[in-house]
Design a protein around this ligand. Structure first.
Ligand SMILES: [Zn+2]
Length: 453
């Protein structure tokens, strides 16, 4: 059976597969299309409308009112998760980890509260896939906690995507655990992301991915471009936690563009190409936008693979602004700046990715590579239970996406290694993925410390 990464790769892979073991049917399982079809733009609209209705969701805003401020907003999110849990036979555990913080943008001790809904995996509950967004909003003055800060797009759009993920995916029984995270304190200093990273570590979660959705609903850019068919995925190139010795090895042999987060981003781009019409992922080789941050950063600093999902063209007149008209220009992050059809597409990509990751085996561990001064390259990896096989991928060192692959059946005589005859180690980058019996495939793992998940 041929593989599907791209037309060229498919042709090559088919040629290589001839005479080798048969891979499981590698067309994407129908589950992913079914999930994409269930996403409802009206649900996204309803969520953002409710969030905007709380006036401001500033982290330092009132927490006692039932109608205004961050307290009312997070209790609404908690109740919404509660309704979704009731509709799936209590398949979600809802927790609200919190921490009192102070800092440059938090002068008085303030309780930062995350709202998490946890959908336990059926067979691999210790494997955790996260989707996150931030509930808090702001205006021009970062310390202004009373003025209307609608935050429809930043980050009502992301929160709407997270809640829609819970609504749709809670109807499915998936292998790994999914965590739907609505975080707080982002604008005041990424406190919610830090709190989540601490919570994940304390729980012993084996986090394989965080899809941090921040500003995902606008299709009209300040650069004058209207683009409703591209989404950017930012990913770090080298691990935040890299040691000096690891950095030295990586600088010599490569791996600058193959962190687990980067290969997660490639995985997302491949899914968009194969499962969604009219949505393309623009991979950006950066942790975040220039000089700016998001809640994926504390997760990266804790050693967890994470990416930022964000719209292709931002409109800065709508971000972090008092709602006003000045010199004929409308400022402020209001509902009319959200393109709900576009947001629905970005949400579909998130849901397809979450399901694909949860159904795939864990990314292979202990991947090593050897072959210097020989014409052949050998990759080895640790055995993994429950997989149909593995796929060894390689690409030109300057290529953005994996190009060629060869399948290794788990029932083969040597199921945990492959020697690529006459493929010279010097000239390519290599990696390995794990494949489930039903065809779901993990992200590709680059060998050594630089690429390990
Ligand atoms: Zn934001």
């Amino acid at each position: 059976m041929c593989v599907w990464r791209s037309t060229v790769a498919a042709l090559l892979a088919c040629a290589f597969a001839a005479g080798g073991a048969a891979a499981p049917d590698s067309a994407d399982p129908p589950l992913l299309r079914e999930i994409a079809a269930t996403v409802d733009a009206n649900e996204l609209h309803a969520t953002i409308s409710r969030l905007v209705g709380f006036g401001t969701r500033h982290t330092l805003s009132d927490t006692r009112s039932d109608t205004r401020g961050i307290g009312a907003a997070r209790r609404w999110v908690q109740a919404r998760f509660g309704t979704i849990a009731r509709d799936c036979g209590q398949c979600l555990d809802i927790v609200t980890p919190s921490q009192v913080v102070t800092g440059p943008r938090v002068p008085q001790p303030t309780d930062v509260v995350n709202v998490l809904a946890i959908q336990r995996g059926m067979t691999d509950p210790q494997r955790v896939i996260l989707i996150t967004a931030h509930l808090d909003s702001r205006v021009s003055d970062i310390m202004d906690s009373t003025r209307d800060a609608p935050g429809a797009n930043d980050d009502g759009s992301g929160v709407a995507a997270v809640i829609e993920a819970a609504r749709v995916l809670s109807k499915h029984k998936l292998r790994a655990t999914l965590v739907y995270g609505v975080l707080s304190g982002e604008e005041q200093g990424l406190y919610g992301g830090k709190l989540l990273a601490d919570y994940a570590r304390a729980q012993g979660w084996q986090v394989e991915a965080d899809l941090n959705n921040d500003i995902v609903g606008n299709s009209n850019g300040a650069d004058g471009v209207h683009d409703n068919s591209t989404v950017r995925v930012f990913s770090e190139g080298t691990k935040a936690l890299e040691t000096p010795a690891q950095a030295n090895r990586r600088r010599y042999n490569g791996g600058e563009v193959d962190s687990p987060s980067r290969n997660l981003a490639r995985f997302i781009a491949g899914l968009a190409e194969r499962t969604l019409a009219n949505l393309r992922v623009r991979l950006v080789y950066r942790t975040d936008r220039y000089g700016r941050g998001g809640d994926q950063v504390p997760l990266l600093e804790a050693g967890f693979p994470a990416v930022r999902v964000t719209e292709a063209h931002e409109d800065y007149t709508r971000q972090h602004q008092d709602v006003r008209v000045e010199n004929g220009i409308r400022y402020g992050d209001t509902m009319d700046g959200v393109d709900f059809a576009y947001l629905a597409q970005v949400t579909r990509l998130n849901l397809v990715t979450l399901a694909a990751l949860a159904q795939a085996p864990a990314p292979p561990k202990g991947v090593t590579i050897e072959g210097a001064v020989t014409p052949h390259t050998t990759l080895k990896w640790q055995p993994q239970a429950g997989v149909a096989g593995y796929r060894v991928w390689w690409r030109d060192t300057t290529a953005p996406q994996w190009q060629h692959s060869r399948y290794v059946d788990a029932a083969a005589a040597q199921p945990n290694q492959l020697t690529l005859a006459n493929i010279v180690i010097d000239d390519w980058f290599f990696g390995v993925s794990a494949v489930a019996p039903d065809g779901h495939e993990s992200p590709v793992v680059f060998p050594g410390d630089a690429g390990s998940f």
